[in-house]
Design a binder for this molecule. Structure first.
Ligand SMILES: NC(=O)c1ccc[n+]([C@@H]2O[C@H](COP(=O)([O-])OP(=O)(O)OC[C@H]3O[C@@H](n4cnc5c(N)ncnc54)[C@H](OP(=O)(O)O)[C@@H]3O)[C@@H](O)[C@H]2O)c1
Length: 335
């Protein structure tokens, strides 16, 4: 099969389109014939091998363990492991290609990929393969950090980074829960953010939301470019601050640990500040979260935004395009 192959950590220019063997599936896996796959910032992290800690966390110490990047796919089921019960041959599916964190290669940038049955869901019939491939990682991050129950109708929510992959889902989720939503991003993305249902938009080059005098019930912060102490000015006393975190493709965070020290500081502070969510040990599984995303897509409460598509051989260009910050919503690879 054709696949994008990464022999070493470094620039996306080192990625090459080659002929490789088809993956061999385990008993609880399905072989997916990939129709579309998507790019997100963690793909950049694993291609570059930065922050270095990801190499110790399973990506591969000296070079990537799995040579084929990409974690998000949509396609159809080509063959089934002997323990697979949830899918049949020919089913149209979408999902992440592995359990656990996105800080490793998942084999999605290829004609075929093996995927555990529990990280997949049936693709909703009302969306295309390109749209479905745009959902998994970004949709899961948005959903798991903005679960139903955290918001009530009428709550005021601010989504910082509303025009990117995760933010575009967070805006729609907050609207689906009945919140009034303010989206913050670059001026070039604000029409798109409004089209997703945002009631108000802010151009971050013109206005600092932490100094506007407005107070929110929840701040969902993707770029994390303001200190928590500044964000508190824009939070109601009983409000919640949720940090997603974005290393801006290596521009912020340390080479070794990225933004992890910042997360650990906030986690420690959450013992003293009620506005910071406590670490939860009861995170819903990917299987359950994918089922929720599927239903939200089917009912039209979520619509993936695909900015641009690239061919499989153009993965390096697609990653570069994402890092340039032009993309509104998601960047997708089509086979
Ligand atoms: N916390 C978790 O559970 C978790 C798990 C996995 C991954 N992650 C992280 O989640 C992040 C996902 O990001 P994404 O896919 O949404 O990235 P993205 O598509 O690059 O979107 C980020 C958005 O933030 C905007 N932005 C940049 N600076 C801003 C500022 N000062 N004010 C407001 N908006 C600003 C960007 O606009 P410009 O183009 O103008 O810069 C862009 O629209 C990744 O960094 C990933 O590592 C978190």
């Amino acid at each position: 099969m054709k696949a994008i192959v990464q022999d070493a950590y470094g620039s996306p220019d080192g990625l090459a389109l080659r002929e490789v063997d088809k993956p061999v599936i385990k008993d609880d896996e399905v072989l997916v014939r990939v129709h579309a796959a998507s790019v997100h910032p963690d793909v950049w992290h694993v291609v570059h091998g930065r922050p270095y800690v990801l190499r110790l966390m399973g990506a591969g110490l000296l070079r990537p363990k799995n040579r084929v990047p990409g974690t998000d796919v949509a396609g159809h089921v080509e063959s089934l492991g002997k323990d697979v019960t949830r899918f049949r041959l020919g089913d149209e599916v979408f999902g992440e290609t592995f359990r656990g964190s996105q800080w490793r290669n998942g084999g999605a940038f290829a004609e075929y990929v093996s995927v555990p049955q529990d990280t997949l869901a049936l693709k909703p019939a009302n969306i295309t393969f390109e749209q479905a491939a745009a959902v998994p990682t970004s949709g899961l991050i948005a959903l798991q950090n903005l679960p139903e129950g955290r918001l009530r109708p009428g709550h005021k929510v601010l989504v910082n980074g509303a025009g990117g992959g995760v933010g575009s889902f967070a805006v729609q989720l907050a609207k689906a829960y009945g919140a009034t939503v303010t989206g913050v991003d670059h001026k070039t993305k604000l029409d798109m953010v409004r089209s997703l249902g945002a009631d108000r938009v802010i151009d971050y080059t013109q206005e600092d939301f932490t100094r506007s005098g407005e107070r929110y019930d929840l701040i969902f912060d993707v770029p994390g470019n303001h200190a928590f102490a500044d964000c508190r000015r824009a939070l109601k006393p009983e409000g919640t601050y949720v940090l997603i975190g974005h290393d801006r493709f290596g521009d912020v965070g340390s080479r070794w640990l990225g933004s992890l020290p910042h997360f650990f500081r906030l986690m420690a502070l959450s013992m003293f500040r009620s506005q910071l969510p406590k670490m939860s040990s009861s995170m819903p599984s990917k299987r359950d979260s994918m089922a929720v995303l599927k239903e939200l897509l089917e009912t039209g409460k979520l619509t993936p935004v695909v900015d641009r598509t690239f061919a499989l051989g153009e993965v390096p260009e697609a990653i570069r395009y994402l890092t340039e910050g032009e993309a509104r919503g998601k960047v997708v690879i089509v086979m």
